[in-house]
Design a protein around this ligand. Sequence first.
Ligand SMILES: NC(=O)c1ccc[n+]([C@@H]2O[C@H](COP(=O)([O-])OP(=O)(O)OC[C@H]3O[C@@H](n4cnc5c(N)ncnc54)[C@H](OP(=O)(O)O)[C@@H]3O)[C@@H](O)[C@H]2O)c1
Length: 339
Amino acid sequence: MKDSNRTVRWGILGTARIAEKISIAIHQAENAELTCIASRDATRAADWAEKHHVKRSVASYDALIHDPDIDAVYIPLPPALHGEWTVRAARAGKHVLCEKPLALNVNQAREMRRVCLENEVQLMDGVMWYHHPRAHEMLELIRSDALGEHRRITSAFTFNWDTVPEGDLRLQRDLGGGSLGDLGWYCIGVALWAFNELPTKVFGTARPYNDVDYNFSGIMWFSKDRIASFDCGFDVNMRKWFELAGTKASLICDDFTRPWENTKPAYEVKDSQGNRTRHETANPLQETCMINHFCDIIRSGRLEQQWPDLGINTQRVLNALDYSARTETVVNLADFFPK
Ligand SMILES: NC(=O)c1ccc[n+]([C@@H]2O[C@H](COP(=O)([O-])OP(=O)(O)OC[C@H]3O[C@@H](n4cnc5c(N)ncnc54)[C@H](OP(=O)(O)O)[C@@H]3O)[C@@H](O)[C@H]2O)c1
């Protein structure tokens, strides 16, 4: 239903750490309300509601998705639960903002998209940086001929654990852990976003730990002699950059997943003589940009299919890379979960 002033009422499934950032974003967003938090534990839900200024709390995810006063749910559960709760929420008529990685595999991600479409609700993954004005400016530059012909995207997303947190969902295979889904999702995403197509083949190699990948390095081959490569992992200091190298110049963003300083998001263009031009952009919080965008979609009544499509394509490449690393083979995308 189209109503440009309508307040979008949000519910959150699980008292996840990342949900704290999203609660701030919902409070900041225009015409949005944080209506309910659900936890498996009633006390945890009530405490979280008080701390983060949520109107109500409930002690089951099921109760939240069947609440008639909720329009949209944010799902920051472990990846292994994304599929099940997205499908359930969509069947209950809720729009779904689901954390990354979207699912455990491509078939599950496709089912999530299918059920959301069938129930006429939006599905989007929780990658925030796509929605920031800096991303829009960079994409305009990429679509111009400023860089010449595109050849390479190189990216990295890492952080270092001094002490390995054995209980963290990132290290549990049954919860959908691993650095590729946690961090590599962004590196795959930036390549698909910039090149606007799927790679033809991929290769990956990983350091295993607990039957998940503790770190991962990947290569993706695209049409027109373009290559993307990346590394991600839990064993190197915080890095979150990409470089898109063209025949004339490079676009460099040192902190694409989240600006080092929220107040100064920037990117650089560097030419063959080493001249660097720094571009600073508007500086809203990227999570607020994402929530505002999601609410706009709901209010407009026009679902945006590019978001589940991008999520599924990212999932497709991710699973192909994972399979490549496990089998030490180059994987052709066409053979792997064909369209
Ligand atoms: N977009 C981003 O910038 C960003 C950043 C960080 C993380 N993430 C993603 O957000 C998701 C959550 O990450 P996080 O680090 O915030 O997680 P977390 O703090 O470990 O929270 C996960 C929540 O899921 C619920 N849960 C339900 N079943 C669970 C189980 N079997 N084991 C553990 N927790 C369970 C718990 O809530 P209750 O106990 O209250 O029910 C828990 O608080 C992941 O998919 C991650 O990749 C995204």
